[in-house]
Design a protein around this ligand. Sequence first.
Ligand code: PEP
Length: 256
Amino acid sequence: MGNRTPLIAGNWKMYKTCPEAVNAAERLAGLIPGGLNVDVMIAPAYTALFPVADVLRGSIVALGAQNLYWETEGAYTGEVSAAMIQSAGCSHVIIGHSERRQFFGETDENVNRKIRAAVDARLVPVLCIGETEAERDAGETFAVLDKQVQMGLESFSLTDLERLVVAYEPVWAIGTGKTATSVQAQEAHRYVRGLVEKTFGDEFAAGLRILYGGSVKPSNVRELMDQPDVDGALVGGASLDPDTFIQIVTYQNKIV
Ligand code: PEP
């Protein structure tokens, strides 16, 4: 098995003004214990990236954006490029989150172009995939994951994807309080690793970090992280309060 340092990532979605984000990031950085064997990332709204980068300097907490646009610059009102988020202090970027796919019409082709822009800017792309409840009920989960992975990663080389992170986020579990069982998560993660292995080989697949996302909280993180193919978590609601998020980040210390 590849050496996969767990990654716990917080997606702050459209929450927190600049002062609120700076305050939460400062509190989080102050709560991180020394010697933590876990990578940590938070993704505030675009407006808060630059000031939050400032307070995270010197901390192990990495900064991510929640989206980007694939063009380098131009007349694209309201969009933000890879170079812009990188210059604001980001090392990571979330791509293809289900809320973008659902509410903003993002397609697998768009996702592919965004990953290209992230790779070209040396950002770590966090590719989100996952089925809806209707797709799961119709027995289409694997077919959906197949399409999202194949199309999202089409035409990339192994070198391009060296720092790729994938987040399996069943849409029915996001913000709903319904978490996939650890068995469901493991089954999907195992499947995704197998898919990646077919295209990119076993060494790459063994090193790929696959995060689980969907109503992760302090009470369920340990069981999810105990699954052999779950390498971290993408956390929405429970990442907003640093006192809650730190309990997820330090899941290894939890006695269950
Ligand atoms: C997310 O935003 O990626 C997410 C998983 O949200 P939540 O943890 O609130 O379900």
